[in-house]
Design a protein around this ligand. Structure first.
Ligand SMILES: NC(=O)c1ccc[n+]([C@@H]2O[C@H](COP(=O)([O-])OP(=O)(O)OC[C@H]3O[C@@H](n4cnc5c(N)ncnc54)[C@H](O)[C@@H]3O)[C@@H](O)[C@H]2O)c1
Length: 354
């Protein structure tokens, strides 16, 4: 199997269907889109009508549920069958859930048809639309089945991304900070002097964030070399806050980053001067509030914490987890770490009841 980086296109408006490559381009394109876009993104309805076929879905984890998937697939097949598989392109417009659902569908439909992604949330634009991972949930457990199926093109559309609320933009800061810490270098330190509002800031740094993700993915596209797993920085613990306390993905990742940085310092993996530089970025530029200072936060009971920790997909064995530390700004380090050690540190950092 071979990973081919997609063509990345930035545009102000929704793309002209003539720009679609692969298959028969826009003339044999099936649009799968988040229904919300009809009300949020200017002219989305008129644009969608230009497609020879379209299918609207409700975003969210329900959409990715295997139990309801065959119903969707039957309807999508009816629409797709008017085209020859060689000519068909699936164009997916939506956030990460629609991207995972649509990408998975493109990868299995007639054994794989051309895929084009138009991410419409900041999370999807920075992260999930790139790198080719698709997924469905099984029996309530996230991302249990899926494929590696990169899009041939990814369009980043300003009008769609700016249709999000400022809270949605703020939430994406967790993923932006993650990529900054993994990649390092002076370019990301410029974030410290940025003064734009969140959306504008994200749009300015989006090309760099995407390029950084591809630099990692291309070194280890199918997760065989323990490089792509660096992208899990902040996620192992972040997922626990998401699942237990209902934190948004971005704010949970932000807390996961603070946890990992603090633990890396305590383990003396990270030297003091780097630690200060990183904390400046996280606390001053991004203004992440430490978990224990968040109003209303209650510590997680040990049993729930362990259950969630061990159900995480990065589990290495029943008792060890691949945990991403930081050796320096721009130098992530993957270590198989006993779950009980993570528990002890989570207690020490005030995440878990003692
Ligand atoms: N495949 C990957 O590599 C990868 C990586 C990270 C996350 N994910 C997946 O991504 C999903 C989370 O992503 P998400 O937060 O983008 O999810 P989402 O698709 O559920 O979107 C979040 C919300 O934003 C709304 N929305 C979408 N576009 C909008 C717009 N332009 N304006 C206003 N609202 C809009 C949606 O309707 C939804 O309510 C999870 O299922 C996660 O597992 C996948």
């Amino acid at each position: 199997m071979h990973f081919k980086k997609p063509q990345i296109v930035f545009s102000d408006k929704l793309p002209d269907l003539k720009l679609f490559k692969g298959g028969k381009g826009g003339s044999a394109a099936l649009l799968i889109h988040d229904r919300i876009l009809l009300n949020r993104v200017p002219n989305f309805g008129d644009w969608a009508k230009k497609f020879p076929a379209s299918y609207a879905v409700e975003a969210g984890e329900e959409l990715k549920d295997l139990a309801s998937y065959s119903k969707h697939l039957e309807k999508i097949l009816t629409l797709a069958n008017q085209f020859s598989p060689r000519e068909l392109s699936i164009v997916v417009a939506g956030g990460g859930s629609v991207g995972d659902f649509g990408g998975f569908t493109a990868s299995i439909l007639k054994r794989g048809v051309n895929l084009i992604q138009i991410p419409t949330t900041w999370l999807a634009a920075i992260d999930s639309a790139h790198g080719g991972k698709t997924a469905l949930n099984v029996a309530g457990v996230k991302n249990q089945i899926g494929t590696y199926y990169p899009a041939s093109q990814v369009f980043l559309v300003r009008a769609a991304l700016f249709a999000q609320t400022s809270a949605q933009a703020q939430d994406a800061a967790g993923e932006l900070a993650k990529i900054a810490l993994i990649e390092g270098g002076s370019k990301w330190l410029k974030l410290a002097t940025a003064s734009e509002q969140e959306g504008r800031l994200l749009w300015r740094f989006l090309p760099d964030a995407i390029a950084a993700k591809y630099r990692i993915v291309q070194k280890d596209p199918f997760e065989k070399k323990n490089i792509r797993q660096f992208l899990n920085l902040g996620h192992t613990l972040g997922h626990i806050l998401e699942a237990y306390h209902g934190f948004s993905h971005g704010s949970a990742v932000a807390q996961g980053l603070l946890f990992s940085v603090e633990w890396s310092r305590k383990k003396k993996l990270l030297k003091a001067s780097s630690h200060i530089k990183i904390l400046n970025l996280l606390n001053q530029t991004f203004q992440f509030t430490p978990l224990t200072e968040i109003k209303g936060f209650s510590k997680i009971p040990k049993k729930d914490f362990m259950e969630l920790l061990l159900s995480d997909k990065k589990r290495h064995s029943t008792s060890e987890i691949s945990f991403v530390f930081l050796k320096d700004y721009g130098k992530p380090l993957l270590k198989n770490t006993p779950a009980l050690e993570i528990l002890a540190e989570a207690r020490a950092q005030g995440w878990v009841e003692t």
